[in-house]
Design a protein around this ligand. Structure first.
Ligand code: FES
Length: 211
C-alpha cells in the first residue's frame, strides 16, 4: 500500500459521527499500555485489534486510536499505510497477492499484474466494486522455481501467464486449499512412550545403534 498523505483541512468523516471503537475494543487496546514505555508504542497492537474486530481501520477509527494513544492522527495513518496487511477500507472476500520480486519479474510478472489490474479494474490495494477481490503485491513468495506466481488467499498459483488470468479469476475454487497455514501450527501430537516411559526411538536410530 502506498503511503497516503491527506490535507489536514480535508474532512475524511463527519465530525458528529457516532464513535467507531466500542468500549470493549478500547479496553483491549489499553491493556497493551502497561507493556510499553509510551502509549505510542502500542500503535501496532492497536491497529491489529481494530482490524481484527472490524475487518479494516477506517479514518474515523484511526482518529479514535490517535486520541487513545495521545498521538496525531497522521502518525496512525503513516503507520497503517506503511504495512500492506492493514486496510483503510473493507477488503475483498478474496485477496490476491502478486509477487513483485526479481525471479517473477524476469519471468513476466509485470504483464500478469497489468492484466490483473485490467480484469479487476482496480489498482494495488484496491477492492473490486462487487467486493469479491482485493489486490496486493509483495516481495518474494518463496516459490521462485515456479515464477511468476501469486497467492489467492492461501492458495499458491504458479507459472501464471497473462492469458490465463481471466480463467483463474473466474474459478470459484481458486482459493481452496487442503490444509490452512494455521493448521501447520497445531501442537504436535504426543510421541509414543515405551514401557519405561522413554520416548520411542526411531528405526533409524535403532539401526545406527545396532550396526
Ligand atoms: S521472486 Fe517471486 S516467488 Fe520468489
Amino acid at each position: 500500500m502506498a503511503w497516503e498523505s491527506i490535507d489536514r483541512r480535508t474532512p475524511v468523516f463527519a465530525e458528529d459521527a457516532e464513535p467507531v471503537l466500542s468500549e470493549g475494543v478500547k479496553q483491549k487496546i489499553r491493556a497493551f499500555f502497561d507493556r510499553y514505555e509510551t502509549k505510542r508504542a502500542a500503535l501496532l497492537p492497536a491497529l491489529h485489534v481494530v482490524q481484527n474486530t472490524y475487518g479494516h481501520v477506517s479514518y474515523q477509527a484511526m482518529s479514535e486510536i490517535a486520541e487513545l494513544l495521545e498521538i496525531p492522527p497522521s502518525a496512525v495513518l503513516d503507520t497503517l499505510t506503511f504495512y500492506t496487511h492493514f486496510w483503510d477500507h473493507p477488503k475483498g472476500r478474496k485477496v490476491i497477492v502478486a509477487c513483485r520480486s526479481l525471479s517473477c519479474q524476469l519471468m513476466g510478472s509485470e504483464a500478469v499484474l497489468k492484466t490483473l489490474k485490467e480484469e479487476l479494474e482496480i489498482d494495488e490495494h484496491g477492492t473490486t466494486e462487487d467486493g469479491q477481490y482485493s489486490l496486493l503485491t509483495e516481495e518474494c513468495l518463496a516459490q521462485c522455481d515456479d515464477a511468476p506466481c501469486l497467492l489467492i488467499d492461501e492458495k499458491m498459483h504458479k507459472r501464471i501467464k497473462p492469458e490465463s488470468v481471466k480463467k483463474l479469476l473466474s474459478d470459484a475454487k481458486n482459493n481452496e486449499i487442503g490444509d490452512h497455514r494455521s493448521d501447520l501450527f497445531d501442537p504436535p501430537s504426543e510421541p509414543a512412550a515405551d514401557t519405561n516411559g522413554e520416548i520411542e526411538k526411531t528405526s533409524d536410530v535403532q539401526e545406527m545403534k545396532e550396526s
